[in-house]
Design a protein around this ligand. Sequence first.
Ligand SMILES: [Zn+2]
Length: 488
Amino acid sequence: MALRFHNTLSGQVEDFTPLEGDKVRMYTCGLTVYDYGHIGNYRTFVFQDILRRYLKYRGYEVLQVMNLTDVDDNTIRGAKAAGIPLRDYTDKFIQAFEVDRQLLNLETPEISVRATDHIDDMVKLIQELEAKGYAYRSDGSVYFSVRSFPSYGKLAQVDLSGLRPGARVDTDKYDKTDARDFVLWKAAKEGEPFWETPLGPGRPGWHIECSAMSMRYLGETFDIHSGGIDLTFPHHENEIAQSEAATGKPFVRYWLHAEHLIVNGEKMSKSLGNFYTLRDLIARGHKPTAIRYLLASVPYRKQLNFTFDGLHQAQHSIERLRNLRSRLTEEKFPVGENPELQARAQAARQAFEDALDDNLNTAEALAAIFDLVRDANTAMDHGEFREGNRPVILDVLERWDRVFAVLEDTDHAKLRQFGLVKTVEGSVTADSVPVKPLADEEIEKRIAERDAARRRGDFARSDKIRADLLSVGVILEDTKTGTRWKRK
Ligand SMILES: [Zn+2]
């Protein structure tokens, strides 16, 4: 099956073919670094990570540019409020973002760029727009004339009938129903950072930043541009106008947008008290891989309803996967092959790839792997698993994890590395991150698994289960009448 993506520009699901052989050139709008990233931001970044990982899985060579918006209305306001220079203010959040990205196993883009390092590129692009008649000056600022670009509105389907001639907007964000000439270069203002340039003293508007930086590294036409759905208008619409007006060429071939994340069915907002940064969740004891799993579990074009219940289930699902992998690597099986299980493993791999080929249907890809988890566990429990099944199923798991990246249990090591492990009475210890208590039925299930392992003489396995339970505060006691357990 061919790889297909939903393209916001056409409103259709289209076969994906890069411009040049197996190379995919892709731009993603990164964080505006005026605060810590919240889980809505990370929903988009996890989607983009799944996208790049799957492109690589499919044999493409990915060149991804991610920008960091370190000058815009928000960053300037934040720096002012903190009373520190803009660069110092944004540095702090860029570092935090780097840490968050590593915690969530987000691969590092080939090129990460800061807007303030590319002011010259932006100035040149604005000069070109001026020279071609798409931009005009007013009070020291430069504006893009929306009327001069007839296909304005093609991405977000903007109705321009209400456009008033000469109406301008200086803010970076405005509504689709309020399309106006937007600012490319903002005249210097008292108390705001500015750059001395041939355009006069001032700073870039938000939208021109991404046009200039993407084309600088990826060329005038490139393959994929992605971001959160809220960036469609005005940000991406304006990027198209600026870039295509300047070059006369199509800017981006595939536009991919991730839907919103909501919390318990409501819009996430600070005033509702349901606003979470990644760090808020970690401080509550949740593991980054579980957060990644949850954020990846809903196909990107569907709204994701974040709940703590869902997060616990995500953790549980990861444990099932890791558990199967431990069984596969640790248990002993009779020689031979169970052909039915081999066929199921192949089918699971096919289903997982078909699902992701289909506009990254992550929910289906998860379902495919859990069918295999169930089948493999059942075969093991019934003594129907054979040595020859082991490498095949391990291979499917490994392939799946190249995209989902949750099998390795690296949370603790990373949290310690970044000093984010919760401390008990001031001491940082490996055991001090609160662990969600296991449900009774889950404990009973593990004990039954351990009994089965002991009966077949697999003491390595039974010891591992005992140790795992102990690590989450469950103590086992073997008595004549069976195994009893209690919580620490
Ligand atoms: Zn952008």
